[in-house]
Write a protein that binds this ligand. Structure first.
Ligand code: EPU
Length: 293
């Protein structure tokens, strides 16, 4: 079905999503598009609505497990330069949602802006990180937000101020929107100090996490008052392998792709960790990663 015929958008069929995720797992997207600007994004939303095509946005693919069977519908990636602009007024930074963590942190260090160093090593796009309120134990990105510009399911744009957005632990009320642009309040600090903090965060991460194999970071949310990693570890599951996937030997809340892991391998390991933690501690772990199938 050539539902986009006559429009100027460029749609690709059957793009392998394994190349678009940090897990390096996933089948093909039925339709895939990288709109060049907001106008094209709006057009895509409206076409998908008219032809009843499922619409999914992928950021850096760092927090998803895509089924080996692939996904039906249209997967959209906001990777064009228009979605990656960054500007600065005083200590107020405005950035496109498609900016990667690396791009953002480099800009901040160059412009003596502190406040986002805790994101060092968290892969993702700014939009994805804000939507899930990414962060560490003490910090999360929602705390720096002033406002964001979003597009709704009808292609209308609006600006939401921070007071109108609910942020929770690894969650926000932004899930129904496509985030376009984010405005953050940061703090002035000499670049050398910022680089030092970035290094500290990275060193801590390297010491405790497996950053050498493909993964989606932490698989489960931390339950209230405890840590998913500690619980899975206490069940003796570190290093447990199914097919090409393994519960990391370094951090039990990481599942790593040792080479040819399939989504079913990861799901089996998640099921095992959930069951064992429930049996031993009576705690129901909730996934942090999103499952696309
Ligand atoms: N622990 C174990 N065994 C393990 C792993 C952890 O006993 O295999 C213990 C640690 O010793 C520590 C506690 O569990 O006492 C917490 O571990 P850690 O400090 O590694 O932090 P975390 O809660 O597991 C969180 C975020 C990470 C983020 C780190 C940065 C969640 C689910 N995870 O991990 O985020 O990088 O803090 O400090 O909130 C992600 O979201 O993808 C992610 C990796």
């Amino acid at each position: 079905m050539n539902w986009w015929k006559g429009s100027k958008v460029k749609i690709n069929n059957g793009v392998a999503l394994s190349g678009c995720t940090t897990f390096k797992i996933g089948g093909r997207a039925e339709f895939f598009c990288r709109p060049k600007d907001e106008e094209e994004l709006k057009l895509l939303i409206n076409l998908a609505k008219r032809y009843k095509i499922k619409f999914l946005v992928i950021g850096a693919g760092s927090n998803i497990l895509v089924s080996d069977k692939g996904v039906k519908g249209l997967v959209v990636r906001l990777g064009a330069p228009d979605f990656k602009r960054i500007s600065l007024r005083g200590n107020l930074l405005t950035a496109g949602s498609g900016c990667s963590t690396g791009q953002l942190l480099q800009f901040c260090a160059r412009h003596n802006l502190s406040g986002l160093e805790f994101l060092a090593g968290i892969p993702g796009t700014l939009g994805g990180n804000l939507a899930m309120n990414a962060g560490t134990r003490g910090d999360s990105i929602g705390a720096s937000l002033i406002s964001c510009r979003v597009m709704d399911a009808s292609g209308r744009t609006k600006t939401l101020k921070t007071g109108r957005i609910k942020f929770g632990y690894r969650s926000s009320s932004l899930a129904d929107y496509i985030i376009l642009e984010v405005r953050l309040r940061l703090t002035k600090m000499p670049g050398a100090g910022i680089r030092e903090r970035l290094k500290e965060y990275m060193d801590r991460r390297r010491a405790t996490q497996d950053l050498t194999h493909p993964s989606a970071g932490c698989v489960f949310k931390n339950p209230e008052g405890d840590f998913a990693g500690r619980l899975i570890d206490a069940c003796g599951l570190k290093g447990k392998r199914v097919g090409g996937a393994s519960i990391s030997k370094r951090h039990a809340n990481f599942i790593v792709n040792l080479g040819k892991a399939r989504s079913a391998d990861v799901l089996k390991l998640m099921g095992l960790a959930k069951r064992e933690v429930k049996r031993k501690f009576n705690i129901a772990l909730q996934p942090e990663i999103k499952i696309w199938n």
